[in-house]
Design a protein around this ligand. Structure first.
Ligand SMILES: [Zn+2]
Length: 132
C-alpha cells in the first residue's frame, strides 16, 4: 500500500493548472477570490474569502529559484542574439540592464511565489507533510 493518493481527480492536471493560475494571479489557490498575500510577499495565513489555511504551504526557496531561472534566461537570450552587448561600454550595459533586471525580478517574484503555493495546494503538499 502506498502513502500517496491514487485518486486521479484530486491531483489531475486541471487541478494543477487551476492552482498555478490562481496563484499566479496572487489569489487563494482554493477559491481564486481572496488575496493570497497581505503585503509584497507575506502569505495571508487564512484566506479572507473562503477561510482556507494558506499558511500551511511553504514556498521557501522555490520562488526565488524559479525567478532566477526566468530572469537568467532574459539575460542570456539578448546577449546571444545581440553580441554587440559584449563590446558596448560597461557603464552603459550595467546602467541599462541592472535596473531593468531589478524591476523584472521584483515584478516576477510575487507571481511566481503565488504559482508555487498554488502548485503546492494542487498536489496537497502542506509544510508538515501530512496527507490530506
Ligand atoms: Zn480562498
Amino acid at each position: 500500500m502506498t502513502e500517496f493518493s491514487t485518486d486521479p481527480i484530486q491531483k489531475s492536471p486541471n487541478r494543477i493548472l487551476q492552482g498555478l493560475a490562481r496563484g499566479f494571479r496572487r489569489r487563494c489557490p482554493n477559491c481564486g477570490e481572496g488575496r493570497l498575500f497581505k503585503g509584497y510577499l507575506a502569505v495571508q495565513p487564512t484566506c479572507p474569502a473562503c477561510g482556507h489555511d494558506n499558511g500551511q504551504y511553504r514556498a521557501d526557496d522555490a520562488a526565488p529559484y524559479f525567478t532566477i531561472l526566468v530572469v537568467g534566461h532574459l539575460v542570456i537570450g539578448p546577449i546571444l542574439i545581440f553580441p554587440f552587448i559584449l563590446t558596448a561600454p560597461l557603464a552603459l550595459v550595467l546602467g541599462t540592464t541592472l535596473p531593468a533586471l531589478a524591476v523584472v525580478t521584483l515584478a516576477l517574484l510575487p507571481v511566481i511565489k503565488g504559482a508555487v503555493i498554488g502548485g503546492l495546494w494542487a498536489v496537497r503538499a502542506p509544510a508538515d507533510g501530512a496527507v490530506r
